[in-house]
Design a protein around this ligand. Sequence first.
Ligand SMILES: O=C(O)C[C@H](O)C(=O)O
Length: 443
Amino acid sequence: MTINFDKDATVPAAKPWYRHLYVQVLVAIILGVIVGHFWPATGEALKPLGDGFIKLIKMIIAPVIFLTIVTGIAGMRDLRRVGRVALKAFAYFLFFSTLALIVGLVVANVVRPGEGLNIDPSTLDTSQIGDYSAQAHDTTLTGFLLDIIPDTFLSALTAGHILQTLLASILFGIALALVGDRGTKILDLLNQLSLVMFRLVAIIMAIAPVGAFGAMAFTIGKYGIGTLANLATLVATFYATALFFVLVVLGTVAKLAGFSIFRLIAYLKAELLLVLGTSSSESALPSLIEKLERAGCPKSIVGLVVPTGYSFNLDGTNIYMTLAALFIAQATGVHLSLGEQLLLLSVAMLSSKGAAGVTGAGFITLAATLSIVPSVPVAGMALILGIDRFMSECRSLTNFIGNAVATVVVTRWENALDREQFDAALAGELPSVDRLDPAEIAA
Ligand SMILES: O=C(O)C[C@H](O)C(=O)O
C-alpha cells in the first residue's frame, strides 16, 4: 500500500496565521525567553514541560522508525536497492561528518577563540565533569559494533537506542520482503499501523509549543543570557561556523542535487523552531520522517537515511568537537602539533558516531574524545560547561538540517525523488498525511 497524494486535489484553505505550528512555537520560545529572563526561578520550575514533551516524542521514536523501515523495505522488495541506498548514505555521512570535523579544526586554528585566556586547568572546578565522562560510551570499534546488537528483538524497540531499533527493523523488513506474498497481510497491517502512528505524531506535535516554552524558560532561567558574554568569542565562532557549513557547504550540495536549501529550511521551519526550543534534534525526528515522505522521498530511503544519520551524520556535533577541543587547548596554554590535531580528528571521527540527538550529547562525546587524546586536559571542559546549553542549540539545529539535506540528496542520487510532489510540498501545496481522507489512501 502506498499513500497516494492527489496532486490535483484542491489546496486546503489557508489557515489563519496563528494556527501555524511554527508561529505557535516561535511565540512559545519568545515567551520562554521572557519568563526565564525576568523570573528565573519560575523558568527553572517549568523544566518538566520541556522534559515531558521530549518523553512523549521518545515514546514514539522506536515505533515510527520500525514501521517506516519495515514497510519501506518490505514494500520495495528489491533488496539490492536497500544495500545500495545504505552504501550511498554511509559514503555521504563519512564524507560530510569528516568535513565538519575538519572545518571546526581549521576555524579553531584561524580564529583561535581560546587564545590569551591563560587558564590553569588545576584551578578549575571539575566536580561535574566526572558525571559527563562517566556517561561517555565505549569508544572502541568492537564495543561500538556490539552495542548495536540488542539483547532481545523486543528490547530493540523499548531500550531507546536508535541504532538497535534500526538493526532490528532492517532485519525484520528484509525477512518480510523474502517471505513475499505470504507476508502481505502483515505488511498491510503494518501500513495501517503506520497511519495510526503518524496521526499520533500529529497529536503530539500539536503540543510542541508547550514543550518549547518550558524548555526555553528553563534554559534562560537556569543559565541566563549573561553567561554567554564570558565566552562570547567561542559561542560566536561556533554559530558563524555552523551557519557557514549549512549555507555554503550544505547549500552547495543541495544546489548540485537540484534543490534550494533555503526552501527546504522554510519547509521545515516549525521543526527547526522546535529543535531550537528543546535543543534536541530528536524532538523533531518523527515529524522529519513524515515531512520528507510527504515531500516525495520514498519511505524506504527516508526510513534508512534519517535514523542512521541521527547517529552517523551529526555535522553540528562534529564542528563543535574539534572547535571546542582546540578552544580548551588554547585557553589552557597547550600547544597541539599537527600530528596531535590529526589524532584528535581521528578519535573524534569514531567517538562522534553513535552520539545522540538529545541535549548535552555533544558534550558527553567531547568528554569521551578528550579522555582518549592525552594532550588536551579533560578538566578544561569545566570552562565550557556553563554555556553548553547554548552550544547544544546550535549543534542540534545543524545536525537536523544536515540530516534533512542528506536524505534528499541520497534520494536524488537514487533518482527516486518525486519532483512534482517535492516542489508542491515545499510550496505548501500538499495536504499533510494525517489530513488525508481514507479514500485517498490507495491500496
Ligand atoms: O540534538 C542534537 O542533535 C545534539 C544535542 O542537542 C547536543 O547537545 O549535542
